[in-house]
Structures are given as structure tokens and as C-alpha cells.
Design a protein around this ligand. Sequence first.
Ligand code: PHE
Length: 470
Amino acid sequence: MTELVQNPPLDGAADDTRKDHPLWSSRLAFILAASGSAVGLGNIWKFPYITSENGGGAFVLVYLFCIALIGIPIMIAEVMIGRRGGRSPLNSMRQLAQRDGLSRRWVWIGGMGMLASFLILSFYSVIGGWALSYVGNSAGGLFVGADTETIGAMFGNLLSDPYTLLLWHSVFMVLVIMIVARGLSSGMEKAINILMPVLFALILVMVGYAMSTDSFGAGVSFLFEPDFSKLTTEGVLTALGHAFFTLSLGMGVMMAYGSYLPKKVSIVKTAVTVSVVDTLVALLAGLAIFPLVFANGLEAGAGPGLIFQTLPLAFGQMSGGVLFGTLFFVLLVVAAVTSAISLLEPVVEWFEEQKGISRLGGTLIGGLSIWALGILTILSLNVWSDVHPLGMFERFEGKTFFDLFDYVTANLMMPLGGLAIAIFVGWFMSKQAGENELDMGNGLAYNLFMFVLRFITPTAVLVVFIYNLL
Ligand code: PHE
């Protein structure tokens, strides 16, 4: 148990709305929590299939560049805003803008971010539910000796059955609500202290299993031998967009976690550590998955179905497939849960700041509304698969609710949020604020960071953003 500790009030700030605010118990606690947020379905489900769709090594290289040049600077900026504001993203932005005498409109960064986490969690939880149901499928031996049709039908049947989807979505949300409701120290930190070591152990076990196949080398060269002829403009943009998603950036999640960060912890070092951990897990996931796929003579380019269709097929043909298949889907659930709690936290933190709403009350209001919104994603997969709410606009043609939530958050809200955060910290926030929060002194490192945040990051984000719109 950590006692309630508070960062000292900031230089001359009117600290009226702030309640007693807990803090992460240590630097490690923050690193685990932020890595838990970053490492999720994005690393284990999305990264491997977008890598395979974009030809492997060259794509990985571009992705690494994006993490370094865009991801890390924005993460530093976000954590800094959060710690300095010490509140939910919306109120932290309000505080910072007020303190530096800037327009109140900056509050929108926080507001839009919170809305984005609301939307993302509503469908993230449904996919988390798929992972939960696949733990059962694998443990029950349903993959053993199954052919492509059987495995395809298994996935198809799951998606076409709203009640089963609702059941798993509900189980997933209940887990998340239970953890978040118990608060920062006895809920989130406790869960993360157990779940993250489990996650790291499981990913290593899975890589070990992949090493035991004779296709490990093929997996390694697929991931690390760049073939630039396979890289398209589209691929570059996908890599950039994924850098945002995988590091949980542009929507206030890192601000919310940063608001609980003790003053003495170095933001720069921790942000770099979290980014490195996230990247390592994505690469390890690739090393765990591709060899299994190749060892069984399967194709890697299966798109989103890679881990729900191709991989089960591989497990069904391998010795130890039941055990390792089950462990793999447990890994996926763990990764999804630690990200999902970070998506609920900004909303709950904001509710807590409202008069008369307790942590439990805020978690229930937030969690249940998100659960209800998730029903739209569930129906998009079956009964409402032909309902296209914004179909009258060409851009949104043929998109279900699920597609819309995914598209709008990933392609519009996250990059816009990231851009605004970079501009806010790079161009508007007082210089003194940055120097106070970042222990880079006034030296070369600080100037380099500011240069990247002012020019490189916004330009890169703008390019993707505009390309996405065209
Ligand atoms: N980073 C998480 C993943 O890779 C997803 C996420 C996005 C979590 C945004 C929080 C905020 O799966």
C-alpha cells in the first residue's frame, strides 16, 4: 500500500480543484504501468499483421524511425503536461493554459483525448473478448488437427453471434472495471505488478517455442532483412499511424498516467524506457508468431486474421500446440487488459474531479457507458453489418459503427491530438515549464528535443494526416 502522497503545488498555481492525489509508488511502477498501456493488441495482433502486409524488414525499419522521431518526443510532452497539471487530461490542459496565460481552447486537447479513449475502449474490449474466448477454444483442444475451413468457421461463428460476443465483452469490461475501481495503488498498481511480469514471461516462453521450430531463421530474416522494393508510401504512413497507437499517444492516456508521476522521476529516461520496452515486445511478438506460421507452410499475409485464423491453424498442427496456444491467448488477454485500464483511467480521473463523485461511482458511470457503447461494435459485426451511419459522406462510405470508431480515432483524433500536443509544448507552453519538468538542463539534449518537437514531429504528423484525408 502506498500512502497518499502529493506532488508539491506548482509555482504560484491556483490549486483549487485538486483533491488529494495518489502517486505511483516508484519509477518502476510508472514504467510498468505505462508499458502496460503501450503493450497491447497493437503489439501482438496488429504489428505482426501490418508488418506482413507491408513486406517485413523495410517496414520495421521505418516503424523504428517513427518511434524515435515522433513517438518518444510526444510521449515526453504528454507525460510532462500530465505531471505539471496533476489532473485529468482535460483539467491538466486547463491548468497549464491558464498558468501561461494562453487561450482556454487548449482544453480541447484533453477533451478530445478523453472522448477518443472512450471510443477506443468500446471496441478494444470487444476484441479483448475474442481473445478471452480463444483461451477457451485453445485449452479445449478445438484447434487440434483442425483444417482451414474449421478454423475459419470458428472465427466466423464467433463474430456472427452477438450474444457470445456480448458475453465476452462483458467479462472483459468487468475485469477492467474491477481493477480501475480499486484505485491507483491497490487496484491498478497491484494488478500491473502481477500482470506485467506474467506478460514478459509469456512472450519469452512463446519466443522460445518458436525457436524450437526449424523456421526461426526464416522469421528472423522476414522481420529484419529490409527489402525496400516492398515498401510503399502507404506502408510508411501505416508505420507512422501505428507508432501513435502502439505507444498510446495523442489522447491523454499518458497525461493521465503522468499526473500520478512523482516529481523526482526523470520523464525523459522513463519515456525512452517505455518506448523501448514497447518496441521490444512488438519485435518479440513477431519472432514468436512468424516462425510458427512459416513452419507450418502457411502464408503470413493474412491480415487481421493472422492470429485468430492462421496462428490457431499452426498450433493445431504442432506438438505442444494446446499448451502453447492457450498461453499465447492468455498473453493476448493480459496485454489487452493492461491497456484497457489505461483507457478507462482518464475518464475516471475526470469524473473523480467532479464534486460528489467517488472513484467507484466514476468507474461505474464511465465503465458502464463504454460497455453499452461496445454493443454498437458487436452489432456492427453481424446484425448491423449493413448499417453505415455516415454513409452519405464519401469518406465514410461502407463503414459500420465499429469501422467508424476505429477510423475516426486512429486516423483523425490520435494524430490531431499528437499534433496539438507537440505544438502546445513546442511553441506555446512557457520555456520555464519545460525546463522545470525535464532534467535536461538547458543543454544540447534539451535543444535537440525542442527542435524535434517544434519542427520534425509536427511536419511528419501533418504529412500523414493530410495524406489520410486525401
Ligand atoms: N497502445 C495500445 C496497444 O498497442 C492501445 C492503446 C491506444 C492504449 C491508445 C491506450 C491508448 O494495443
